[in-house]
Design a protein around this ligand. Structure first.
Ligand code: C2E
Ligand code: SIN
Ligand code: SIN
Ligand code: FE
Ligand code: FE
Length: 377
């Protein structure tokens, strides 16, 4: 049978619009970069009626191109020197080939290895907003009309490429903002901890405990991520507490204790103005981590579900750490005593459901406290 017989008619204008609408909605809601790449490639494939389409991204640090072609399949990585995609990435030239085997730029090796037959291909650079090449859009084997790519296909793929670069840049910016926030938060939290000298790893441990408890409780991946990054900020208000109180070797007087309690509202005041989800969560955690389930905590004395789940989880993580580790004012408790304490405080200091969760993961929590131990000074 001649190859031509299986080609279908070219897409009409309204069909192209449908393709665009379908993918724009899908892509705008995509938060995972691998899935984003697959959707962008699928959009290009449907726009030009190609059999296959790939969006390659340049990894400058490693001089490679990488892509993700299907769900559940690992990323594919090739050297920046390889094949048509590499050529386009290095030179920024578009490649338009309608007879692949007659063109010296096409390396038949890939086909030999995969058993695929490349008849024709289109490949274009994806430029970022500075005009630098960030990747390559590659379509293989035209499936409609007379089976050859046209200049109109090239224009459509160019449109897809410019849309792709905007989506990827917006995505990268979001990632960068998130990463920056995480770094700022960790730095702030560690700075706060440095003043209390002995507990350099306290913030890291509290982050891990919160994550473990949150996961077992059934929080979404997104909320676990927010909680893990926000919980280390719970004591940030301590940076405004005088050393004479913070570092006191013995028991606090009532007056000192009242002063110390202000670290919750002080932390909240520092963080409450942000519009960012992560900082907002950190503000809630700073404010509420000393509230108790039965309403006997501070600063508000609120009870039960009125305490945000992040506040309830961080409270457990914080007290667990305060008890299993040494503090300037107290020795470490043996783990059996710590477990008795948590059992005893079910429904008093702590959310009863969270105590059930706590006992399911107690070994994991204890292992974190041992592996992230503080250096003896
Ligand atoms: P922290 O050391 O991180 O302790 C956090 C929470 O763990 C405490 O909140 C308390 O709920 C619990 N916790 C810690 N040690 C013990 C303990 O020996 N027994 C019991 N039952 N619970 C304990 P709290 O009490 O609101 O204290 C907040 C912060 O105030 C503490 O954070 C610590 O920085 C400071 N602090 C509290 N008591 C003293 C003290 O006697 N001396 C000094 N120097 N600081 C204290
Ligand atoms: C090439 O880029 O030379 C081959 C096209 C492909 O299958 O990636
Ligand atoms: C903490 O921030 O909870 C630790 C306080 C301390 O260093 O004693
Ligand atoms: Fe605190
Ligand atoms: Fe703490």
């Amino acid at each position: 049978m001649s190859a031509k017989e299986k080609y279908t008619p070219e897409k009409k204008a309204e069909e192209l619009l449908q393709v665009i609408f379908k993918y724009v909605v899908q892509i705008a809601n995509e938060r995972n970069v691998d899935k984003l790449l697959i959707s962008l490639a699928d959009m290009g494939r449907d726009l030009v009626s190609a059999d296959r389409c790939t969006v390659w991204l340049i990894d400058k640090k490693n001089s490679t191109l990488w892509t993700k072609v299907a769900h559940g399949v690992d990323r594919i990585v090739i050297p920046l020197t390889a094949g048509i995609a590499g050529y386009v990435a290095r030179t920024g030239e578009s490649i338009f080939i309608n007879d692949a085997y007659a063109d010296s730029r096409f390396d038949q090796q890939v086909d030999k290895e995969t058993g695929y037959h490349t008849r024709n291909l289109l490949a274009l650079p994806i430029d970022d907003s500075n005009g630098d090449i960030m990747g390559v859009y590659q379509a293989i084997n035209k499936m409609t009309g007379d089976g050859e790519f046209t200049r109109i296909d090239e224009e459509h793929l160019l449109l897809a490429a410019s849309y792709t670069s905007k989506q990827l840049e917006a995505f990268a910016l979001q990632e960068e903002i998130k990463q920056t926030q995480r770094e700022i938060i960790m730095t702030l939290a560690e700075t706060g901890e440095m003043r209390s000298k002995e507990t350099g790893n306290h913030v890291k441990r509290v982050a891990r405990y919160s994550e473990i408890i949150g996961r077992q409780y059934g929080l979404s991946d997104h909320d676990i991520d927010i909680l893990r990054n926000a919980s280390p900020m719970h004591d940030i208000g301590k940076i405004a507490i005088p050393d004479s109180i913070l570092l006191k070797k013995g028991i606090l007087t009532d007056k000192e204790r009242e002063e110390m309690k202000k670290h919750t509202t002080l932390g909240y005041e520092m963080l409450k103005h942000s519009e960012r989800e992560l900082i907002k969560a950190a503000a809630v955690v700073a404010y509420q981590h000393h509230e108790k389930w039965d309403g006997s905590g501070y600063p508000e004395g609120i009870k039960g579900d009125s305490i945000h789940i992040f506040g309830r989880i961080t409270a457990m993580a914080d007290v667990f750490d305060a008890l299993v580790c040494r503090r300037v004012y107290k020795d470490a408790w043996p783990i059996s005593k710590v477990l008795d304490f948590f059992r005893e405080e079910q429904g008093k200091h702590f959310d009863p459901d969270l105590i059930d969760v706590f006992f399911k993961v107690k070994d994991e929590l204890y292992n974190v406290s041992v592996s992230l131990t503080d250096p003896v000074s």
